[in-house]
Design a protein around this ligand. Sequence first.
Ligand code: IP8
Length: 265
Amino acid sequence: MAKILMKWGGGLITDKSKLMTPDIEKMKHLSQMVRDLSDLGHSIIIVHGAGSFGHMKAKKWRLKEGKIESIEDSQFDAVCEVRKDMLRLNGLVRSELESFDLKTESHPPSDWANGTGPEFTGSISEFMSQEKGLIKTTFGDVVDCEKPKEFGILSGDDIMVRFSKEIEDITHAIFLLGDAEGLLSSPPGNSDSKLISLWKSGSVLTGDHDSRIDVTGGIKLKVSSAEKISEFLSDVWMIDGRKPDRVIELIEEGSTIGTKIVNEA
Ligand code: IP8
C-alpha cells in the first residue's frame, strides 16, 4: 500500500487573483480522489497552499521579511489575520473531505513550526503515527521565527521536503498544480510550452515562470523542493490538480501524465 504525501497548490484550490476566494468545486474533485485512494487502502497526508487566503495580505504587509519596525503594529495585526484566514481555508478543505465521510485532523504550523525554509524546526510527531483512514492536514502559514525577525512565511512546499525526509515509509510526494499538466518548458499559456515528463534534478528552468502574486517563490520553489525530495524518494511528481484521476492512475499503475522528478546524482 502507498503512503502518499500530496500538496494541493494554493492556485488550485483558490482563485489567486481574488482575495479569499475558494474553489470549492476543485476541492470536491480532489476530495473524491482522496476518498477513492483511501478506499483502495492507501494512506494520505495533505499539505495545502495559501493562494488568495495568504499571499495577498502577506505581500501587502511584507510578512516574509519579518518584523519591520516602522510598520510592526500593522504587521502583527496582519500576522493574526493571515493565520485566521488560513484556518478558514483549511476548514473549507476539511469540510469537503468530510463530506466524503473521511475523518480529518488539522495541525496548523503556527502551533508547531518555527522558522522558514526546508530546515524549519518544530516537532512533526503528530504526522508520524498513522491511524487507518485518518487524513492529516496542514498548510503554508505564518510561523514564529527567532528575533529579530519574529515571524515569517513557511511555504507548504518546505513542509513537503521535511515530511518526505522525516516521515517514515512515504512512498510518493505529489505536487498538484492549478494551471498546468506538470512542469512546462515555458510558462502556462505560452503557445510553445510543452510538458516536461521527466525532469532531471539540476536542470535549468527557462523563462520567467514566477507569478507576481506568490510571496514564497512560485514554481521555482516547487521545483527546488521536488528536487530535494528526489534525493530520498523515487516517486516525486507534479501533476495537474484539475485532473485528480491521474493521481489514482499513478498510484495504481505506476505512471501517469505529469512530470516525474528524478535525481541522477
Ligand atoms: O502557498 C504560503 O504557503 P504556500 C503561506 O504553500 C502564506 O507557498 C501564508 C502565504
